[in-house]
Design a protein around this ligand. Structure first.
Ligand code: IDP
Ligand code: MG
Length: 136
């Protein structure tokens, strides 16, 4: 089954700081994911905590929220066939050490914390995350 989906992508502070926005966007475009909305913002730690609420019981939650709010991020809505799964493929494994060749995290990820990008992992979460950043 293939269907047109939208997913939320975030270029995390480590990548924005290294001016990787354009390089990372090329990965999406090359893989037929369209950027339909985009904004560069900085969020508060409270907002990060809300965004990453699914991870609130994890030992790394506190650090994760501090990190996502530590500097500017670029948030985007990506659209395309099977966009959610496609974006996850393009991103690569959570830990850059395990990321496949040709993925964003293999190319640019520094560590499991500074892994350069976020991408929604399900239809339900994509909806929630898009709403979180782009409620109209
Ligand atoms: P994902 O970003 O590949 O979807 P998740 O499991 O949803 O990975 O975790 C969210 C973020 O939390 C990851 O991108 C990573 O930065 C961080 N993280 C995940 N697992 C660990 C861990 O075991 N130690 C430290 N940080 C982690
Ligand atoms: Mg995730």
């Amino acid at each position: 089954m293939s269907s047109i989906e939208q997913t939320l992508s975030i270029i995390k502070p480590d990548a924005v700081e290294r001016n990787l926005n354009e390089n990372i966007k090329k990965f999406f475009l090359k893989n037929k994911l369209k950027i339909v909305k985009e904004k560069k913002i900085q969020i508060t730690k409270e907002e990060a905590a809300e965004f990453y609420k699914v991870h609130q019981t994890k030992p790394f939650y506190e650090r994760l929220c501090s990190y996502l709010s530590s500097g500017p991020i670029t948030v985007m809505i990506l659209e395309g066939v099977n966009a959610i799964q496609e974006n996850r493929k393009i991103m690569g494994a959570t830990d850059p050490k395990n990321a496949e060749d040709g993925t964003i995290r293999k190319e640019y990820g520094i560590s499991i914390d500074k892994n350069s990008v976020h991408g929604s992992d399900s239809i339900e979460n994509a909806k929630k995350e898009i709403e979180f950043f782009f409620k109209s």
